[in-house]
Ligand binder design. Structure first.
Ligand code: RB5
Length: 153
């Protein structure tokens, strides 16, 4: 799988380990930065990763900041992206199975590297279940459409 990854200074501490671990498993990794743990702004890296996923230049995205929250807020604004900030492997499983999530946002400060690897494993190995979930995901994506004016209009 081709995976785009980015962090800010708070998530940087886990990024090199996660990249090496993903490569060991045979994945192609696009490192969108940063290159150091100098203070930086998480939306710049969320934007890069989200756009690579939205344009199909990457299959999935992984973003790491202090909490994962800011990354998810930013990435989800890019059309075509379904991003969420997750702290457990079970939620990552359901994020894929029910929501067909394509950008995973992680906490580098409050979740261990070991747990984040378990979350990533579920994110990369769980298939979207489709079926009753497909129409719901389609309804999520209509929010990207400028012509969509809301459910009741
Ligand atoms: C940086 O201090 C912190 O705000 C950032 O890493 C992230 O947690 C934002 O959501």
């Amino acid at each position: 799988m081709k995976i785009a990854i980015g962090s800010d200074h708070a998530g940087f501490i886990q990024k090199p380990d996660i990249i090496a671990w993903l490569k060991e498993q045979g994945h192609t990794v696009i490192d969108c930065g940063p290159k150091t743990d100098d203070r930086c702004d998480y939306p710049d890296f969320a934007d890069k990763v989200a756009r690579l996923v939205a344009s199909n230049q990457a299959d999935r995205g992984i973003l790491i900041c202090g909490t994962g929250i800011g990354m998810a807020l930013c990435a989800d604004k890019v059309a075509g992206v379904r991003a969420a900030c997750l702290q457990t492997p079970q939620f990552a499983h359901l994020f894929r199975e029910h929501n067909n999530g394509n950008v995973l946002c992680l906490s580098g400060r409050f979740v261990s590297l070991e747990t984040n690897k378990e979350i990533i494993t579920e994110f990369l190995t769980t298939e979207f279940a489709g079926g009753r979930h497909s129409g719901r995901v389609d309804k999520i994506m209509r929010e990207d459409d400028d012509q969509f004016c809301g459910v009741d209009c």
